[in-house]
Design a protein around this ligand. Sequence first.
Ligand SMILES: [Fe+2]
Ligand SMILES: [Fe+2]
Length: 408
Amino acid sequence: MSEPARFLAAFAQALSTMALYGDGHPAREKAIDNAFEQLQSLQHHDPSARFSFLGAEVIYGERALRELREWEWGGRLAAAGIQRIELQPGVTREDYETFLGDIMARLTASDVDTTEQRQTRPSNIRFGAIGVRGASGLKAPSEALPTATITYTLGEEADAVRWLHDEVEHRGELPLVEAEAVVRSLSVAMHGESQVVIPLLELKEFDQYTTTHSMNVSVLAMALAEFMGLGKRDVRAYGVAGLLHDLGKVRIPREILVKPGRLTPEERAIMNRHPADGARIIFASDKQLDLAAVVAYEHHIMLNGGGYPCLHYGRDCHRASRLVHVCDVYDALRTRRPYRDAWESERALEYIESRAGTEFDPDVARAFCSMMRQLDRRLVVVDETTPVQRAGTTTTAAVPVGRNGGSE
Ligand SMILES: [Fe+2]
Ligand SMILES: [Fe+2]
């Protein structure tokens, strides 16, 4: 067995033992001692070891640990929102025991952490919700997910989406594993507790629009698909489609994307190419993503055939496209843009209702509006570094209303 596999085996053994024996029990102490020994010998060779747990795969650094394929703990950790563990030099036994306790609490959701406790925690072991290939160190320790499910930051996911767009733009390749990991992670953020919350990112800088917008549309599409009774697999597929719906924008020059005013007819024509471009990029990357490609192509087509790309023969768009279309417009309206302020949630919902049957599928629009009104108290507006508070949060920010809306 390789060093990292031995480390993980001892780590899992310690967790199993901790589940059985309380504080101070000799069996528990022995398992922690052994796990700590394995950690020291791993850190002797690799002081900054990193592990990611992605479905059935365990990734050590950049490579998959074949000997741990189908290792049950990988799936268990990932399902609890622990998709990455990063070690840094100088971990003491006490640090490690605290960390194991945190992981245990996360797995059993038995403990609720507090911010004060977290600040005193050692930061030389971090764990979080996603593994980003090539990430050169995480930022602030606050980006680690604390125990249980009380708080979340979406900073790592936002970084992953930015990186993903860069990869597509500069290398022409869509990193599917990471896209799916982001969606999985957003889904965990929505479902960490017994009730669903909708964590929406708030736009800080205009040039980050595509990142925050993609994540919001992904979250909204999953929530709506779930609300409409779709199965788990479909919900995830809709989440991926939502995340990638505007991927074609990587081909649009920045000055057009962030232009603080109305587009000229030429610029508008370039902008309107993003659905077809996005569909082509997705198809070329992975044939299995046909749903995401269809949604990218159709997300600006209206129920009455209006919008773009122009269909020569009227036909119904896929249900996923009709659903993403509503989520897309909602998020676009409630986000501040260079040429107008954000709309309040209720105003955006009324806009959607007024266009149900012409622009939007009436069933989808109705379901969306009733979901948003029902979940009103559970809409959570976050920025990338603000933890998503899971209880007693307010609804979307009320901001002055500006000129007319529209989405891209
Ligand atoms: Fe969009
Ligand atoms: Fe779009």
